[in-house]
Design a binder for this molecule. Structure first.
Ligand SMILES: Nc1ncnc2c1ncn2[C@@H]1O[C@H](COP(=O)(O)OP(=O)(O)OP(=O)(O)O)[C@@H](O)[C@H]1O
Length: 266
């Protein structure tokens, strides 16, 4: 690692996670700056997805620490980490596919007082007010992603691109401070890919959301991120501006197929 942020939103130190002896994440140390769009790159099997899973509480932590927004969240359950604003996207499951788009959105909202019978009975007005708030937030996001007209359609009937947008919209219902995206451009046509990257820029500007995204598309990484972190064999081996990372010999040899990429386009 070559740089550190003064007040990082996410600070991970020596993180480890093994699967039956295989060290998928092996002492990863990295930081994500507040308000940045940071890319996480590295070869297949480098441990990027497992890193996301450990940080967000979906895989066990076998060593090291995770600090988010100044709090130690190492090994905390995923729902508690998400409630703090550290959220990752997920592919729509079978169950979610069998539900209308709007229900997918409503289910993803935090702090639903109607979840508790006692609140529903004793404070019905509060429950209804929160339900209206959640529905309004869902509709606004569906508008943003041009999915509003599909609100009552089953999620399973959406095109691949629309599903990607719905995954992003669902994650935003959790009101993230830091959103982790695992290969957001995979399987997406180039036009929608550009749209997704524009959404990230706009969400950062309008809602102050910080992004950490895993991506193999080097053009997207170099042109749409402020920082790039390179992972190999379970560790972060390099971090810097895209223009710095793009000229590093290790990156050129191992991850860019020997091709030199000259920084972001103006
Ligand atoms: N649930 C699991 N059980 C066993 N091994 C796993 C599990 N998840 C990941 N691994 C292994 O951990 C290593 C890291 O995998 P991971 O998916 O985190 O890498 P990655 O960098 O995200 O790769 P890719 O770019 O191909 O998605 C790989 O060797 C993988 O096979």
């Amino acid at each position: 690692m070559t740089d550190t942020a003064p007040d990082p939103l996410l600070a991970v130190d020596g993180l480890a996670c093994s699967f039956s002896g295989l060290r998928a994440v092996d002492g990863a140390t990295l930081e994500v700056e507040r308000g940045s769009i940071t890319a996480l790159i590295g070869p297949n099997g480098a441990g990027k997805t497992t890193f996301f899973n450990v940080v967000t509480g979906f895989c066990p932590c076998h060593g090291g620490s995770v600090r988010f927004d100044g709090a130690d969240v190492t090994g905390a359950p995923s729902h508690r980490i998400a409630r703090r604003g550290l959220v990752r996207t997920f592919q729509l499951t079978k169950a979610l596919n069998a539900m209308p788009v709007i229900d997918n959105m409503l289910l993803a909202a935090p702090r639903q007082p109607g979840e508790r019978l006692v609140t529903t009975v004793l404070r019905p007005r509060r429950v209804r007010a929160r339900e209206r708030e959640v529905r309004a937030a869902a509709m606004e996001l569906l508008d943003t992603f041009r999915l509003r007209r599909l609100a009552d359609e089953y999620a399973g009937t959406l095109s691949g691109g629309q599903r990607k947008l719905l995954e992003l919209a669902r994650a935003l219902m959790a009101e993230p401070q830091l959103l982790l995206l695992d290969e957001p451009l995979a399987g997406v046509n180039p036009t929608l890919g550009v749209e997704l990257l524009d959404h990230m820029q706009r969400l950062r500007a309008d809602r102050g959301i910080t992004f950490l995204f895993i991506e193999h598309d080097m053009e997207a990484v170099m042109n749409h991120s402020d920082r790039v972190i390179v992972m190999a064999e379970g560790r972060a081996i390099l971090s810097g501006a895209p223009s710095e990372v793009a000229v590093d010999d290790r990156v050129i040899d191992a991850y860019l197929g020997g091709k030199r990429i000259v920084g972001p386009t103006p």
